[in-house]
Design a binder for this molecule. Structure first.
Ligand code: ADP
Ligand code: MG
Length: 238
């Protein structure tokens, strides 16, 4: 069964269409990477899957259930943002625990799950620190931990590495591949970085001006771009 199914999904802001009617099926457990120039509608699409933005038309289904108008908390979806959006007054442990607390999970289970996720993301020694005492890479790992601690069926990542330096991005790229294996979650990952797209994706979706231009395996899209816009987005040789 497909994990995420989008049909005829469209979005306008005040009469301006930013997402043309879009169909897309993301398979259960797939690592899908979304690329395309700034402003082409990637974040809007992700936000509608998460339930943070109301579609102007069309449907979103997760595991066959129509969730087009379901609140974010009922979708089994978690999202990681480019700006880490951590709570500055809380410790790392409290930041990670927060979504479980809100969901009413028992204290002991919260402690167990926070410890497990912290170990997975190499944060065990940092649990008592506040976000301002962390490096950029550590902060991003905390925001990932906070998303995965809910055990989402679908993990959405919106340019999660774009605030990090080159060396750290390379390391985190490997961590995402490992995380995908460990979680077994469906991942939809937005990036500007062609190397991230080529190395992480099972399939790449290339968007341009509010439309899906091409969907395919990374090497196929790279070797046989369907348009100049695709070639530019994926860095195909001229
Ligand atoms: P991307 O993530 O690919 O850079 P976005 O999805 O953020 O693109 O934006 C797509 C288009 O929609 C852009 O032109 C952007 O200005 C517009 N847009 C996004 N959010 C809003 C909003 N809340 N109100 C009006 N326009 C918006
Ligand atoms: Mg964006």
């Amino acid at each position: 069964m497909a994990s995420v199914e989008i049909s005829g999904l469209t979005k306008g802001f005040g009469g301006v269409t930013v997402l043309q009617p879009t169909d897309l099926v993301v398979e259960d457990g797939e690592f899908l990477v979304l690329v395309g120039p700034s402003g082409c509608g990637k974040s809007t699409l992700l936000r509608m899957i998460a339930g943070l933005e109301d579609p102007s038309g069309g449907h979103v289904a997760i595991d066959g259930r129509d969730v087009t108008h379901a609140p974010p908390s009922e979708r089994g979806v978690a999202m990681v943002f480019q700006s880490y959006a951590l709570y500055p007054q809380m410790t790392v442990a409290q930041n990670i625990a927060f979504p479980l607390k809100v969901a009413g999970v028992a204290k002991r289970e919260i402690a167990e799950r926070v410890a497990a996720v912290a170990a997975m993301l190499d944060l065990s020694d940092l649990l008592d620190r506040r976000p301002r005492a962390l490096s950029g890479g550590q902060r991003q790992r905390v925001s990932i931990a906070r998303a995965v601690v809910r055990r989402p069926r679908v993990l959405l990542l919106d340019e999660p590495l774009s605030n990090l330096d080159t060396a750290l991005r390379a390391r985190m790229r490997h961590e995402f591949a490992r995380l995908h294996q460990q979680l077994g979650a469906t991942m939809i990952y937005v990036t500007h970085d062609q190397l991230e797209a080529m190395t992480l994706a099972n399939r790449i979706v290339v968007m341009s001006e509010g439309r899906v231009e091409q969907v395919g395996a990374p090497l196929d899209v790279y070797r046989r771009p369907a348009s100049l816009a695709v070639a530019a987005a994926i860095g195909s040789p001229g």
